[in-house]
Design a protein around this ligand. Structure first.
Ligand SMILES: [Zn+2]
Length: 400
């Protein structure tokens, strides 16, 4: 049996031109007006004549209102958001009659959310550019996260919050998202040096293929750009474009790699425990800097977190002071020192030989599972900067 595709809303900020802002504000006003007029009509019909007015009737009313002199301005905006307002009112009444909601309230200029909903006939989405009805230019959207491959929005909602910020929400069918069955599987993930990631299962995940070769290419392109004299405009521009192209290729391959990886991790596991390491802190260490930029840890984490939300999985970030590398995952003995170059070590307590990264991933998993089972009640040991175990403890932070 093929599961139905999940529809998901992707919300982004955008920055309207002055003309677009005027158009949208006018549309918000008309949406509010139409909604309130229809609410009056339906209320009168219900209270005075015990009649239920349906969507089609209010739609006919809208046509009539537009022909009056007083409401002729409703013709100035796209008719689709106005029709959608009537549909929303219909849904509000359906909920009311189904005893799931209170009687619909009027939209107020101050209290109500300013929004307008556009269906496919009222916008064009092409090549990643979204143009709304009554507009000539596409919206200047900040694509803070990618839309699913080949996604075509069925509904677009524009809104403005109280702080005056503009948002656009695109409802798309996401073929990559299928509801997942719950599982007991959990995994701890360590951000490594030699490998991109090490899983508590012992699996080590390498950097994307071609990354090393692309870096060589990039270095060569950058050297060529540096050699071009400032006066040599045309060739300099060409060299600069070449550098930009290699950069884009590295970023594309990395994103592709991280997408596949995070999808797999989220599919296979109910709980994913990561270390709450901030790139900023690691960059202080020169040797780590390159590895971290390659690993694109923050991109990995944000992809992981949003996919986990989609599929109903948990990502738990364990406090970065948690001594995941110094703690023996077999007996719990805390080692005094664990210099970065030590990849394999033998525990003082139980004598077992451990791979540094796999051991760390194991510890993260155990700490994360303790947190997820007991809420804030369990506190893993905390190491002081001096390397001694301390009784003062830190609770791993659970991501919202
Ligand atoms: Zn041990």
């Amino acid at each position: 049996m093929k599961a139905a595709h999940v529809k998901r809303a992707f919300k982004y900020r955008f920055y309207p031109t002055d003309a677009q802002a005027v158009e949208l504000s006018r549309t918000f006003g008309c949406v509010r007006k139409v909604y309130n007029l229809a609410l009056v009509a339906r209320t009168e019909a219900w209270t005075l004549r015990a009649e239920r007015v349906n969507y089609n009737t209010t739609s006919a009313m809208l046509t009539a209102w537009k022909k009056t002199e007083e409401l002729a301005y409703l013709n100035d905006v796209s008719s689709v958001p106005l029709q959608q307002a009537l549909r929303h009112l219909q849904m509000a009444f359906t909920s009311f009659f189904g005893k799931r909601a209170k009687y619909p309230r009027f939209k107020s200029r101050k209290r109500s959310r300013k929004s307008a909903e556009y269906t496919t006939s009222a916008f064009r989405f092409q090549g990643g550019r979204l143009t709304l009805a009554k507009m000539t230019e596409p919206l200047d959207i900040v694509w803070s996260r990618p839309l699913p491959e080949g996604a075509q929005p069925s509904t677009v909602t524009v809104s403005q919050d109280a702080a005056g910020r503009w948002y656009v929400s695109l409802l798309v069918e996401d073929p990559s998202v299928q509801p997942l069955l719950a599982t007991d599987a959990a995994v701890g993930i360590d951000a490594g040096l030699d490998h991109l990631l090490t899983l508590s299962t012992g699996e080590q995940i390498a950097n994307p293929r071609h990354e090393r070769r692309d870096r060589t290419c990039l270095a060569r392109a950058q050297r060529e750009l540096a050699r071009k004299a400032p006066g040599d405009g045309a060739n300099r521009a060409k060299a600069r474009r070449r550098v930009a192209r290699v950069h884009a290729r590295i970023a594309d391959r990395r994103r592709d790699h991280l997408h596949k990886l995070t999808t797999r991790l989220v599919r296979e596991n109910q709980t994913i425990v990561i270390e709450d390491l901030t790139v900023r802190n690691l960059l202080k260490n020169g040797r780590l800097a390159r590895a971290i930029s390659d690993a694109a840890w923050s991109e990995f984490r944000s992809l992981l977190e949003y996919k986990a939300r989609w599929y109903g999985r948990d990502v738990i970030a364990v406090d970065r002071w948690f001594p995941s590398s110094k703690l023996c995952s077999h007996c719990g003995t805390l080692q005094d020192r664990m210099p970065l170059h030590v990849r394999i070590w033998t525990c003082d307590g139980c004598g077992v030989t451990l791979d540094r990264d796999v051991n760390a991933a194991h510890n993260l998993k155990a700490a994360g599972l303790a947190v997820s089972a007991c809420g804030a009640g369990v506190r893993p040991q905390r190491s002081t900067p001096g390397g001694q175990s301390a009784t003062k403890q830190e609770t791993p932070r659970r991501e919202p």
